[in-house]
Design a protein around this ligand. Sequence first.
Ligand SMILES: CC(C)(COP(=O)(O)OP(=O)(O)OC[C@H]1O[C@@H](n2cnc3c(N)ncnc32)[C@H](O)[C@@H]1OP(=O)(O)O)[C@@H](O)C(=O)NCCC(=O)NCCS
Length: 154
Amino acid sequence: MADLRSATPDDVVGLRSLGEAVLPATYDPIDPALSALILDEWWAVDRLAEQVERLPHVVAEAGGEIVGMANLGRRGDREVMWKLYVHPQHQGSGLGARLLAATEDLVEGDALWLEHVAGNDQAAGFYARHGFAEVERVANPPYPDDVWMRKALR
Ligand SMILES: CC(C)(COP(=O)(O)OP(=O)(O)OC[C@H]1O[C@@H](n2cnc3c(N)ncnc32)[C@H](O)[C@@H]1OP(=O)(O)O)[C@@H](O)C(=O)NCCC(=O)NCCS
């Protein structure tokens, strides 16, 4: 069973390895160009280091490896879970639900927001079953839309 804890700067290399395992598996079937862009832009080591410094991150560790992560940031008045990722070999064992619950515990306001790529039906179903509802779709040409979802927490 994986342990959850707050991320430290030393986790950046492990986070990058997680990204390399989970991003292509998730996004290549939807849009390989977008998959590469997300990995290059949002999972670059210097970007990860900056984010771990600035935002709360929860990581899941098993056998000395980082096998899952989530983080919490803001866009305007929205508290946003920008990332929730579980290593493909660890999906389906309840880790995503545990990381989501830990992120919800960090929310200060009355709602948690997230965005996912249109076509990521696995994530959309997971979020819907955990109480999120779609609010809006934002065009992101030439890539698929960004789907914003919100969950009321209190
Ligand atoms: C979406 C994601 C984070 C969910 O993580 P996960 O660890 O697979 O999630 P869980 O195991 O908690 O739940 C997945 C399913 O496994 C089942 N499950 C939960 N606990 C379980 C257990 N102990 N044993 C077996 N199955 C279990 C649940 O029935 C759940 O089904 P549901 O979707 O109907 O609720 C994960 O699939 C993922 O990383 N996907 C790729 C990246 C991604 O798309 N991230 C979101 C970007 S916005």
